[in-house]
Design a binder for this molecule. Sequence first.
Ligand code: PLP
Length: 403
Amino acid sequence: NSLFEAVQKGPAIEVFALNRAFLEDTEPKKANLGVGAYRTNEGKPWVLPVVRKTEIKITSDETINHEYLPVLGNDAFTKAATGLLLGDNSSAIADKRAFGIQTLSGTGALRIGAQFLRVILDRRVAYYSNPTWENHHKVFADAGFETLRSYRYWDQEKRTIDFEGLLADLDAAPEGAVIILHACAHNPTGCDPTQEQWKQIADLMERKKLFPFLDSAYQGFASGDPEKDAWAVRYFVERGFELFVAQSFAKNFGLYCERVGNLTVVQRNAASSEAVASQFTWLVRGMYSNPPAFGSRIVATVLNNPELRKEWMECIKTMSGRIIKMRKALFDRLTELQTPGTWDHIVSQIGMFSYTGLNEKQVRVLIDDFHVYLLKSGRINMCGLNENNVDYVAQAIHTAVTK
Ligand code: PLP
């Protein structure tokens, strides 16, 4: 008898299962609107030219070796990442109240931040938006959070933010609760609070003493402008909040598999920095000891060199520009077809995702009859659209809605 016989198979991870089904599908017209990664107009993954150039430079640099990085990561990278997020002239950085920890991409930043909040600060309650990125729940549950609740976010009827619901739910949260907020380009809805709404959220969180944990997976990728996409984070920092921000360089550098991330820690006083960093050191030590170097070297080289940084800014404009163009193209086709329902949200939403409002039955029609793959929540990745398939996808949506 094997010890492992009794092990039950866990459920499939929807987004990866969907991707596998897409790859196995032999229909030439198939379209993948599922997985969250950028695709070119030819439907191919894109290595940013500035990233390609930099990685070649790094691999041929004989002064670079494979010694371990420090436990909290590559200093040149964490400083550049924190600067990109808070602004290079941020007073929190100048005052040494803010610092970064290199993490295993955005997920790792969320996990190590959650671990610190649970183990060191004894926080037990966290809130995430309904809906949210499907991994928030698991990351916080695995870090030991006992109470995970959601706050209202999406109004299915109006296809916009349920702001009243959001405020009411946060108002009912207990003092000290951790509130996960999407810094920009909310996944999956593509709807962000307005600046005025962010102010109201901040007022409430200040009054109720709630801890903001911002998740920044799309800085620069969302609007093409990293300053603009960091607005909410910087606003919270200027207001004097102590907070964490999980940063991912998967999307904005196209470094998905290299796992490049940063956890930015902002405190009220610089005096606590040393102790906080030392506790993070022990948490990391027990989990994976120290992070991988390669991706962090690419990001640090690019962000710390004005020429390369400029090239990167062009790349993020190319990516965000193509997404915006595809939003418009899909909207125009659905309008031409007079597909029942309102589709304005397709163009007003931001980032690579759109919550279409399609129901599960319509999603099944798209997958089974048209080989158009999307999550059952109706979320689509705009990057899966291109000039060659947008007509086909629009027609498929039209048929699914009118069937
Ligand atoms: N948070 C959000 C909202 C995301 O959409 C993603 C990726 O899709 C992540 C975090 C983390 O991604 P990664 O761990 O690949 O950086």
